[in-house]
Design a protein around this ligand. Sequence first.
Ligand SMILES: [Zn+2]
Ligand SMILES: [Zn+2]
Length: 104
Amino acid sequence: MHAAIESFSPLCDLHFFPMSTKDFDGERGYACLEPGCTRCYSSTLGLFDLDHEGRILREKFQQLCPRDRTFMYLDSVEPGGIQTWRCARVSCNQSQKLKSRAAN
Ligand SMILES: [Zn+2]
Ligand SMILES: [Zn+2]
């Protein structure tokens, strides 16, 4: 199953900065540009890390859309650490609010 994605800018879930688009073997994804940060996102892999040799290290924990199981991305963070995650599927629009794990 290939999820169509509209243009969006996921936030790095560590820095909360918008990620930049990056090409992963022909597939569009996103990467955090903070020095030393290895966080990346694509709609088929979800959130993952890219090691210094360019290997993809997949996350065990992924935020999945409750409706269609598409990987969700971090869309925004409110003061107080409430995170809004959105489904990457154009037609879905599902979003979830989560309290930051770091704030617990
Ligand atoms: Zn980052
Ligand atoms: Zn969805």
